[in-house]
Design a protein around this ligand. Sequence first.
Ligand code: 0RA
Length: 642
Amino acid sequence: MAKRSQKKVSSYAAKDIQVLEGLEAVRRRPGMYVGGTDIKALHHLVYEVVDNSIDEALAGACDQIDIVIHPDCSVSVEDNGRGIPVDKHPEQKKSALEIVMTILHAGAKFGGDGYKVSGGLHGVGVSAVNALSEWCEVEVKRDGKIYFQRYERGAPMDPVKAIGKVSKDETGTKTTFMFDRTIFKGDFEYRYESLIQRFREMAFVTRGVAIHLLDERDGREMTFFFEGGISSFVAYLNHNRGVLHPVVHVEKETDGTGIEVALQYTDAYAESVYSFANTINTIDGGTHLTGLRAAITRTINDYSRKNNLLKDTDPNFSGDDTREGLTAIVSIKHRDPQFESQTKVKLMNAEVQTQVQQVLGEAFYEFLEENPRAAKAVVQKCLTSARARDAAKKARDLVIRKSVLESMTLPGKLADCSERDPNKCELYIVEGNSAGGTAKMGRDRHFQAILPLRGKILNTERARLDKILSNNEVKAMISALGTSIGETFNLEGLRYGRVIIMTDADVDGSHIRTLLLTFFFRYMNQLIEAGHLFVAQPPLYRISYKKKIHYAYTEAEREQIIKGLGVSGDRVSLSRYKGLGEMNPEQLWDTTMDPANRILLQVTIEDAAAADRTFDMLMGAAVPPRRRFIQTHAKEVRNLDV
Ligand code: 0RA
C-alpha cells in the first residue's frame, strides 16, 4: 500500500491511503458498521446523517431539518445549524469537514467531549455513510460562504472549496448521498413509512426542532414539530382518552445523564409507556424503563400510605396496579449508551435506573402532594385496577379449572383434525364464518384444524384481562390451543405445532390480523418466541388464460405473470380476490393451505411487538388515517416460507 502513495498519483484522492483503508473496511464489512446491507441498513444511512443534525439541535444551534428523498433515490439532509467547521486541522493539514467525512469516528473529536448525543445505535458517524455511497456531496454555509466537497465511494474528489456567498448569519450543513448499489444489492428502495416513524420519534424527543421529510418520488411530505417535546407526545397518545390530570413533566441532568419524563393517567386500561435513549426508541425497554416503573409504583404506594388512602390491612399496590391507564415517556441522553447486543433496542447502563427512579420519584411525589385532586384520582384508579386484577385472577382460575374439567370439550366451532401428534398438526384461525366454511371443505382434515372467528374479536388493547377472557371468540381460541394464557401459559399444552392466522387480503383483514397479533403478543408471548405462530398469505389475483390458472400474491407478480404469458391483456381474465370467501375450497387449498404451494409468514416477536405498538399508536386516530396506516403496514411482513 505504501508503494502506491510513492507513485505520486496526482489525484487528490490517493493522498491519504490510510483514510481510504479505514473506509475500505466499512465497505468490506458493512454489517459491522451499519448492521448489514438490507433495507434496514439502508434506512440507517439516513438516520446516521440526520442524527448529526439532531445533535446540532440538541446543542441548541439548529431548529430545522429538511430531508428529501430524490427521484433517483439519493437523499439530502439539510440543517440550519452552525455548519460543519471547514478550517484546516493543524495536524492533518486538511479541512475539518474532510476529516469528518473521511475518517471513521472523527465526528466525536470535534465539538469536544459529549458532542455526539443522538443515535448511538451504530453511531459510526457520517464517514461510514460516505464510504457506503456511490457519491456524496456536502455543502456548508459558514462565515458568509458556501463550501463544497464531493466524494466518490468515500474518496474526496477535490479539496474543500468555496463555491458561493451567503449572508453571514446564514449557516448550515447539507449532505446529499447516493447509496452504493454494489453494496446494497437488494431490490429495495427507501420506505417513506419507516423513515416517517423514526423522524416522528426523533422530533418528539428533540423539543423545538422541525423535521420535514419530502419524498420527491411521489410528492408525499410530512413535518414534525413538537413544541412541548415528550409532553406533546403524551398528549398526542392520549388525545382520545379521558385524562385524569394534566401531564406531569420533569427534566433534569444527574451525573451527566439527561433525564426527561412525561406522564399522565387516563381512564383507559392499557399501559402506553415508551422509552428512548439518545433519541432511539428502545422498544425492549431497559434500565430507564425499569427506573420509571419503580418510581411510579413506589411513589404511589408511599403517598397512599402517608395519606391513609390505603388501609393498614391493604397490601401495597403491585406494579401492574399502578400502570393501568398510564401513558408515559422516558427519554434519556447518555454519553456512552450501552445497548443489549442482540436486539439493540434495550438500554443496559445500570446507573440509569437509579437516576431515573430518583429524579422521577421526587418530581412525581411533589406533584401528588401539590395536586390532591389529581392524586386522589390516580390512587382511585389504582384501587380499581387492583380489584379488577383480583377479579380477573378469579375469572382466569375459573377458566383454567373449567378447561381442565372440560379438556375434552373443545369449542363447538372448531373443526379439529384427526392427527394427534401436535407437531404434525396445524390450526387455521380464520376470519369470518363463510371463509371458515370454505376452509373446512378445502383443508386436509388429517392434520389441519379450522377455527372460524366471527367478525372482529374484542379490542384486546383496551380491554382488561377479565373481559378478554369472557369474550367467546377468545375463549374458543384459548381452549382450542390448550396452552392457557398470561402467567399460566404452558407451551406443553399446545395442541398444534403451527398456529396460522388466515385473514382476507384487505383492510379489515389486516385489522383483524393486527388484533390477533396484539393478543398473542400480550398473552401468549412464548407461542411466538417458540416459532409456532404464522400468517397465511392468500393470493391477491387469479389470472386465467386458456383454461390455465395462475395466482399472484403481489402486484408485481401479477404484472410478471401477465407479461410471461406473452399475450395481450384482454385475452387474459383477471380477477382480484377481495376475500377468502370468494375462493372455492379447491382454490383455497391450492393457493393458501397446501404446504407444497402456500406461502406462510412466520411471526417474530419484533413483528408482533410492531403490531402491538402500531395498534397502540393508532387507537386515538380517526378512522380514515387509521385505515391507511394499517393498509401500508400490512404489506410489510417478510417472506419467511417454511
Ligand atoms: C462540530 C463542531 C460544530 C458543529 C458541527 C460539528 C456540526 C456538525 C454537523 C453535522 C451535520 N450538521 C452539523 N452541524 C454542525 C461547532 C462549530 C462552531 O462552533 O461553530
